[in-house]
Design a protein around this ligand. Structure first.
Ligand code: SF4
Length: 333
């Protein structure tokens, strides 16, 4: 546990309360209560990050599982999570650790990095739940990881306020950001979130970090042609080379809508390929998820089911057939 950053004391109806300013939920937290994300608690008039150092999950994963397809393809990555989330998605696949205070084990920042270094990893992925609500711990772990030559990868919903994001930004190497919909109503009503902050995070991080986006396609919620077109137009406004993963939804947690049909995913792919060079499927087998040069169609990365071989590059990210620049980072330093 550590005193939280980015909060202030406020008075409301004569009561002394604390307002957390890490994310746009701006939780106002009374004594002995926690914020929406479960990670911050008002203890005797001070806000504490009670999730500091509390690890609920550790795994070694291929980086494709994050998913990151244009960042050291085929590399393994040490992946960790704390409990909690600042969104309340009723379809969450990891709800046992994101919507509840799961059992955890404490690691000091240097202990976690030391553990990561015992594995053949390119870095640390902060993932499975929402890493941005682990803010104070991330700042410390990521500094040490960077010093040790490890990459810092966030798999995030992107919902954070600009000031804390700016503080974390120099330590981030790569992100997969969930763009769950392009509709503010979807964010507000369905998952209790804030689209504006997610867009700000995408646009800010894309200037200095490697960024890929993921959209979970949920029948009747965000899967109309209009929804997909709007999302693709936004991605294309960031550049044709924006990497977009469409993933198949399965019923989980509180939602029993049937799974996404292959027809819908194919429709999304067709729309996206008009305006984006790199579009992939997730959570569904039987489709070619290899990377091709958008200029000459040379195979750049041959991607089987978590079996990945870089075949078509020279000088880190140059197509070895036509010399076109491919978005991403490929060479292991
Ligand atoms: S980080 Fe947690 S406590 Fe702070 S505003 Fe967001 S949800 Fe609320």
């Amino acid at each position: 546990m550590k005193e939280a950053r980015y909060y202030k004391q406020i008075t409301k109806a004569g009561k002394e309360l604390l307002k957390c300013e890490i994310c746009p939920n701006y939780c106002v937290i009374a004594e002995d209560k926690v914020g929406i994300c479960l990670g911050r608690k008002n203890i005797k008039g001070k806000l504490y990050a009670i999730n500091y150092g509390e690890v609920v999950s550790i795994a070694m994963d291929p980086i494709e599982k994050k998913p990151l397809y244009h960042y050291f393809p085929g590399a393994p990555i040490f992946s960790v999570a704390t409990y909690g989330c600042n969104l309340q998605c009723p379809f969450c696949q990891n709800w046992e650790i994101s919507q509840e205070k799961a059992e955890s084990k404490f690691y000091k920042p240097d202990e976690l990095v030391e553990l990561a270094l015992k594995y053949p990893t390119i870095g640390i992925a902060y993932t499975f739940t929402e890493p941005l609500i682990w803010f104070e711990y991330l700042l410390e772990v990521m500094k040490i990881a960077r010093q040790e030559g490890l990459k810092n990868v966030l798999v995030t919903n992107g919902m954070i306020n600009p000031e804390p994001l700016n503080e974390l930004l120099p330590l981030i190497d790569a992100l997969n950001i969930d763009l769950k919909s392009i509709s503010e109503k979807f964010y507000k009503d369905f998952i209790k979130g804030d689209l504006k902050s997610v867009k700000h995070t995408i646009e800010t991080t894309k200037k200095t970090c490697h960024v890929e986006l993921t959209n979970l396609v949920i029948p009747t919620k965000n899967d109309s042609k209009q929804d997909i077109q709007g999302l693709v137009d936004y991605c294309a406004s960031l550049g044709r080379d924006t990497v977009l993963h469409f993933t198949r939804y399965f019923p989980y947690y509180k939602v029993d809508i049937p799974l996404t049909s292959e027809e819908t995913l194919k429709m999304a792919l067709e729309i996206a390929k008009e305006k984006l060079d790199y579009v992939y499927f997730g959570n569904i087998g039987g489709y070619d998820n290899s990377t091709y040069c958008p200029n000459c169609h040379n195979m750049i990365v041959n991607r089987g089911y978590f079996n990945t071989i870089v075949t078509g590059l020279k000088d880190n990210n140059i197509c070895n057939k036509c010399g076109n620049k491919i978005y991403g980072v490929y060479d292991k330093e």
